[in-house]
Design a binder for this molecule. Sequence first.
Ligand code: FPP
Ligand code: MG
Length: 308
Amino acid sequence: MVAMDNLQMTSQTAQFNLSAYLLEHQSLVEAALDRAISVVYPEKIYEAMRYSLLAGGKRLRPILCLATCQMAGGTLETAMPTACALEMIHTMSLIHDDLPAMDNDDYRRGKLTNHKVYGEDIAILAGDGLLAYAFEFVATNTFNVPAEQVLKVIAKLGRAVGAAGLVGGQVVDLESEGKTDVSLETLNFIHNHKTAALLEASVVCGGILAGMSEEDLQRLSGFSQNIGLAFQIIDDVLDITSTQEQLGKTAGKDLQAQKVTYPSLWGIEESLHQARQLIAAAIAQLEPFGDKATPLKAIAHYITSRTH
Ligand code: FPP
Ligand code: MG
């Protein structure tokens, strides 16, 4: 079954140039993010917000949102404000995650972390500013979509960020620090909330904006939860196998902190095997969408083959 899937993928994606697709969408997202925030008084906070927001990155969440909206017949313009909001939320979560009170990291996306440049006080406020603006941006910039659908997107984003999502996952992650007996169930909880929740929201919001049915949104939810977990497994593996230059952030941190991770529970080979299985299960959810799902399928494959 998995082998069949891979064979089908090869023929479907033979015509599809993922690198070109990612580059094109990345540059559209970069331009939209650049336009989204300008520097006005008090300049320092806008500069701090822009420093982290425009520091590069894969822009995976916005691209997932755009790709899903397009798959469902919607336009890039419709999904772009939500795509930008997703990156604002993701960026703010990383600014706060890097603070001395949390992971105390000096590098992110190949640059000094926000608090290293602007100080802790401004870094906290830059995160807060980005979080609030993300919601304002969706509400005021999404056009030609029924208000009810925009409201659903805002609710979905709020749930993905709050205690039922990122915040909850981060709390359990912090509580698990220094423990060597973290169970697989707890590890899954952490990553389903800290990582998969926002990836799921990225995909599902793209579908909501395009007016997809509940049934299709459920499929997308299954797809994205699976790729969310696979993404985290690969992240854990890369922390062991990659260099700081490749990652743009400190490598080997998990081992150093003796953190329980998927490779520490399963080993690298088994972790890669599990990630591939999750990707195959994710791709199976997209079958009803036919060839239109090719970009999403290719992105799912890219998640297991990426090196940073
Ligand atoms: C990186 O994890 C961190 C996250 C994916 C999100 C952390 C969430 C918060 C700090 C909550 C933020 C607050 C709101 C309101 C959303 P990692 O430390 O495992 O990975 P890293 O190596 O990239 O730092
Ligand atoms: Mg961290």
